[in-house]
Write a protein that binds this ligand. Sequence first.
Ligand SMILES: Cc1cc2nc3c(=O)[nH]c(=O)nc-3n(C[C@H](O)[C@H](O)[C@H](O)COP(=O)(O)OP(=O)(O)OC[C@H]3O[C@@H](n4cnc5c(N)ncnc54)[C@H](O)[C@@H]3O)c2cc1C
Length: 715
Amino acid sequence: MSFRKILLAAAIAAAVGLFFALDLGRYFSLEALKAQQTAIEAFRARQPWLAAALYFAMYVAVTALSLPGAVLMTLAGGAVFGLWWGTLIVSFASSVGATLAFLVSRFLLRDWVTARFGERLAAIDAGIKREGAFYLFTLRLVPVFPFFVINLLFGLTAMKARTFYWVSQLGMLAGTLVYVNAGTQLAKIESLAGIVSPGLLISFGLLGVFPLIAKKIVAAVRANQVYARWSKPSRFDRNLVVIGGGSAGLVTAYIAAAVKARVTLVEKHRMGGDCLNTGCVPSKALIRSAKFLSHTRRATEFGCRSGTADFDFGEVMERVQRVVRAVEPHDSVERYTGLGVEVIEGTAKIVSPWEVDVTRENGATERLSTRGIVIAAGARPFVPPIPGLEQVGYLTSDTVWALRELPGRLVVLGGGPIGCELTQTFARLGAKVTQVEMAPRIMIREDVEVSEMVTRRFRAEGVDVLVNHKAKQFAIEDGEKILIAEHDGQDVRIPFDVVLVAVGRVANLKGYGLEEVGVVTSRTVDTNEFLQTNYPNIYAAGDVAGPYQFTHTAAHQAWYAAVNALFDPFKKFKADYRVIPWSTFVEPEVARVGLNEQEAKEKGVPFEVSRYELDDLDRAIADSEAHGFVKVLTVPGKDRILGVTIVGEHAGDLIAEYVLAMKQGIGLNKILGTIHIYPTLAEANKYAAGVWKKAHAPQQLLAWVARFHAWRRGE
Ligand SMILES: Cc1cc2nc3c(=O)[nH]c(=O)nc-3n(C[C@H](O)[C@H](O)[C@H](O)COP(=O)(O)OP(=O)(O)OC[C@H]3O[C@@H](n4cnc5c(N)ncnc54)[C@H](O)[C@@H]3O)c2cc1C
């Protein structure tokens, strides 16, 4: 705590202490006020301005110091200055005093509270920004909590002092009027309790919630304005139409059918979408084959003299397709039809907020009417407008799966998860891979040490990782394809046979009616926290809605989209993004949930790090995979987990324990107290918790325990 803070805290403590020590509270009673009323009025008659100034100052002091007595002071205001002058003075004095209390609380405690509850406070601040003024107004009119508590609590939030001041003044006005008015009849008042009748309290309550209700009504009217130009069908053939049969669309349709809604799923290409056909499934299948090859090359590490694998790239790629076909039934038309979903293979186009046209492959079009629509149209690879790219030709994650001949020299553009996974995989399959990334490191969202570990491994496996290289132009020179990249202001020329573009994915927003109907989009379909678009009956989920682009987040959103679309306005849920895990399936595998160090620093969230190195873990040593770490960020001094990064074998599986812990509010102490099977990689999670425990061992207590043992030994 700074010296200024200590000084202020001491001054306030002294003032409050004096108030109670000298029993000044006795002057703030009804009897004392009545007894002194004549004398005070006489003083006011002689020195009206001085009396007003003294009264104002006293009122401000009482409120600013959160001392009991504000009600009495308000009555006195009415008794001494009359209704209108009394109301004027009290209204300003109480607002100034409340704002001072608010500022004191902010000055003394806000930093401390931010340091301790950074992330939770951020969520509260976001709410305060949206609706804080309305809530404060309500709390001022409906005195559920004492005003001094409100002053102090709002000081801890990010509400602007100006807003706090004027909302308080406005909100307290009605109450001030009532009490000042009562003060003008001071002689008749027998107790403070009877001043506000139950009827008046109810009126205040109604007045207090009125702005909130009005706000909700205005929002509802605004939301419904978008429907003004449409005529709503009197009945619908379906409860829900889902556009897109990828991860988001499938789960949406599944949930809708499970709760007995009539739901139609429209897919224009292949059921299963990206994940099954061109994303997770084929990439993981190819990664597995490449991993097998990498193991044969590491034969000596496993005690074998040598190891080779005779393989054909085309056959490996055929296995990938076999894996896709093996998983395909999970996402098939047959399965979903069996689950109660009507599946239509065709292209959907939204033609009104309640109608979707579906065009089948044979050109036949059918109009579906529906109460709700969920857009789950996914994303596609982003192809940057680099001169020459179209001329040289390129692959993306959509087209790479058709390759049957291994490229000799492969350039992978992009150092994100997809670029990294494919870089290592193709290198292991025998291509000479150059990875080109314009940022200073690959896997830029992860901590620097993670990027460095992965880069080291890539380089050890023969990948040429070029960071700080911006692809500027593609060209064909003497029949050879060349990428010209800019590095440190110089042009670097990289010859290659095939280029794979993996620089990000963009949401599919065109060609299915969003523009025509007026569904608002930016980089994705814009949605609120309930996943509603600007048309409250049209929802979006998955890659098309963002912000995450994973199968598991698509499925997570799908639950909210389905339930909200089917049960609004009776019940709807805000999508919960508090605990989002992901993994990049390179070797060493990288998995994360919650904050890492760089994000915590960017957000100003204080943290402690507990780190366990996997080279110490028995199972990792036995498996010859003794590399990587478990890094847990916790709230300083507590075992509450803020985030975890795991780098190493099966990191994506290991992190599940921490995902559960974060979601269910389980701390490191409980993980430490849980039996983990020996010898498994999962023990690393427990050992990381042990590192935290050791760092927080109660040293003083242990010193006493040591003395206890010494005493027991008779020393
Ligand atoms: C190479 C690669 C690897 C990946 N690996 C992983 C991973 O390991 N783990 C992970 O979680 N995520 C991974 N992802 C991401 C994951 O694939 C996506 O996040 C997920 O598929 C998104 O699902 P979605 O339903 O939003 O979209 P999609 O799966 O793209 O589905 C959208 C569907 O909508 C259909 N559609 C579009 N417009 C219309 C229309 N007008 N009418 C009818 N149908 C339409 C499309 O044909 C498509 O089938 C990977 C992605 C790639 C490219």
